[in-house]
Write a protein that binds this ligand. Structure first.
Ligand SMILES: [Zn+2]
Length: 167
């Protein structure tokens, strides 16, 4: 099982590497920013942005979508742990562009007899979805005002970033 493999790697090297890297670090991110991106396994945000432990908060989900739960985490990140910026990164070739909400919801309903209470939040165009995410973050009543929010589309082959202008 792959979980066993992960635990083996933890015992072999992971525990010591992390304990060394995090020694003396505060829980509040030293760069005062939070990165929101997709769970896509090809994205290594540590390498992409030259991150070290202690630098930033990283929030990942399917698509890098600004969901209720991402907002929840960002409100805590800002109000309890001092972050003042958000970097939103979605990407080309995202799996979330391979189906629609209706298709996936119907697929789940056919297989289980249940309709999920949540929406999958699939999207066809990453830039459009980044723009919507920025709009949502900019208008949320619980997030701090005057924070710097920037959004990008990551090319998943060249790993270049294209900035998305807000709506
Ligand atoms: Zn993705």
């Amino acid at each position: 099982m792959s979980n066993d493999e992960l635990l083996r790697r933890h015992d072999a090297t992971g525990r010591d590497r992390c304990a060394g890297a995090a020694a003396g670090l505060a829980a509040a991110p030293s760069l005062h920013t939070a990165v929101v991106t997709c769970m896509d396994c090809r994205i290594d945000e540590q390498a992409l942005f030259g991150l070290e432990p202690g630098d930033v908060h990283v929030l990942r989900n399917a698509g890098g979508v600004v969901t209720d739960d991402v907002v929840r985490s960002l409100v805590i990140s800002q109000r309890k742990l001092g972050t003042r910026e958000v970097l939103l990164v979605q990407h080309t070739g995202c799996g979330m562009a391979t189906f629609t909400d209706d298709e996936f919801t119907e697929e789940l309903a056919q297989e289980t007899g249940l309709v999920p209470s949540w929406r999958p939040q699939a999207f066809a165009d990453a830039a459009t979805n980044v723009r919507r995410g920025i709009t949502r973050l900019s208008s949320d009543p619980f997030l701090l005002k005057d924070i710097d929010i920037r959004g990008f589309v990551l090319d998943i082959e060249a790993f270049t970033l294209t900035e998305v202008t807000p709506a």
